[in-house]
Design a protein around this ligand. Structure first.
Ligand SMILES: [Mg+2]
Length: 431
């Protein structure tokens, strides 16, 4: 069966979220800065075209900022996490839960293989229109026979205006696909990156088309199995579990359940499992998370069911890669959002505000970064079990390290309000 995979990706996600609530920033060059207002973690298209790279320290670009009136905002992960959840729910209306894979805070794969009658260009436009109308966010949609091709299609949808933000390579002619691939540099391919691209150039591999036509075995000898699979994926052979391909800015682990779940203990079990997976990825890329999110979902396709699909995020006092700390935070979120009486079909966790573990600020915070302590794990699991069995407040931690970060701990000089998650900060249209 020919697979039909779409990738829906929000354009300049953090900047676009800020613009939803502050339309005056439309058309204005905009950056979002990391915690403590350190480095650029998101750029609007205007800033990208000024040549500002990701990760640039803010103090280094102050002159440029003055010259071009660049607006800098502090990162508001509570807002981004909530807007992401809303956006993903809208996208999820187009396919059953098992066919949607939320891949990152602003990217979702949707497998349309089981809806062969659907015109993917029309479906892509419908997704775009509904996400725009219901959340205010702009997305592009790309579709292909593999995830790598869907990712490439999304790139084309973003960069080539004639596609009007939706590019379906599954129905494009061979010539169209060949022309598109010949016009895109090889480093744009998912998982290739600048370093591999530099090594590919002397081998005559300059464009995506060159890589598609490269000898997979040779690529394997030179670069390893991942690039070999990428070549096969570009040829339409799905063979990648792409999850671990590159360091990510957020990590998400989520899956539809085999059978519906009703009670909190079972949801907690799933979240614990997904968190273990997310932490494995986090540690693989040497990262630490500053914020933890979790969500649960009912099946919106079952109209006879009461619907409830909440999500929330919680900041950590210190970035952490400790499975016990991160799991405890996710459990805290679950306790806050769980309501009994619903037929849940899916849950997920999200690690946000990621930083490089080696870049942490030295010994002062060393205790937050200690490796997994099996005794502590056991302790937390026991606490959870006791609370599940005898009620929530049976055993609590004296100091969990999970208190909301006090205002003085973090410099966020230009932070937007929590428009969507705090009543006191609802956007005001008119006074
Ligand atoms: Mg994006």
């Amino acid at each position: 069966m020919k697979r039909r995979i779409a990738l829906v990706d929000v354009n300049n996600f953090y900047c676009s979220v800020e613009r939803v609530f502050q339309p005056k920033y439309n058309g204005v060059p905009l950056v979002v800065l990391s915690n403590n207002d350190g480095c650029v973690v998101a750029r609007s298209s205007e800033v990208k075209s000024l040549g500002v790279p990701m990760g640039m320290p803010w103090f280094q670009m102050k002159d440029l900022a003055r010259q071009h009136n660049i607006v800098a905002l502090s990162s508001n992960y509570t807002l981004y996490g909530d807007m992401s959840a809303r956006c993903m729910r809208v996208i999820g209306q187009f396919a059953p839960p098992e066919d949607q894979e939320v891949y990152s805070i602003d990217e979702s794969f949707v497998d349309f293989t089981h809806q062969p009658q659907l015109d993917l260009t029309a479906a892509g436009q419908a997704i775009r229109a509904r996400v725009r109308q219901w959340t205010g966010l702009p997305v592009c949609v790309g579709a292909g026979q593999t995830k790598t091709l869907a990712k490439l299609a999304n790139h084309i949808a973003k960069k080539q205006p004639e596609w009007q933000s939706v590019c379906d390579l599954t129905s494009a002619s061979t010539e169209t696909i060949a022309a598109a691939m010949a016009s895109i540099e090889v480093r744009e391919v998912w998982g290739v990156g600048r370093r591999i691209a530099t090594r590919l150039l002397p081998m005559g591999v300059h464009t995506v088309a060159d890589l598609r036509d490269a000898d997979p075995r040779r690529m394997r000898e030179q670069f390893g199995v991942v690039l070999e699979r990428t070549v096969r994926e570009l040829n339409g052979v799905a063979c990648l579990d792409l999850e671990d391909m590159q360091p990510k800015k957020q990590i998400i682990a989520s899956r539809a359940f085999g059978a519906p779940v009703y009670d909190q203990a079972e949801l907690a079990e799933s979240i614990r499992e997904y968190m273990a997976r997310a932490v494995r990825k986090l540690r693989l890329q040497g990262g630490a998370a500053g914020m933890v999110g979790a969500w649960v979902e009912t099946n919106r396709f079952r109209e006879q069911d009461a619907q409830y699909s909440p999500s929330a995020t919680i900041p950590l006092a210190m970035p952490s890669d400790d499975i016990a700390t991160l799991t405890a935070a996710a459990m805290q979120v679950l306790r806050a959002i769980y309501r009994p009486g619903f037929r849940y079909v899916k849950s997920g966790v999200m690690l946000l505000d990621l930083s490089d573990k080696t870049m942490q600020q030295g010994d002062l915070f060393a205790s937050a970064m200690q490796p997994i302590n099996p005794r502590r794990e056991l302790l937390l699991a026991t606490v959870d079990r006791a609370n599940n069995r005898w009620g929530r407040q049976t055993i609590g931690l004296g100091s969990s390290g999970l208190q909301l970060s006090p205002a003085w701990a973090m410099q966020r000089s230009n932070l937007s309000p929590a428009y969507t998650t705090r009543w006191a900060e609802l956007p005001v249209i008119r006074h």
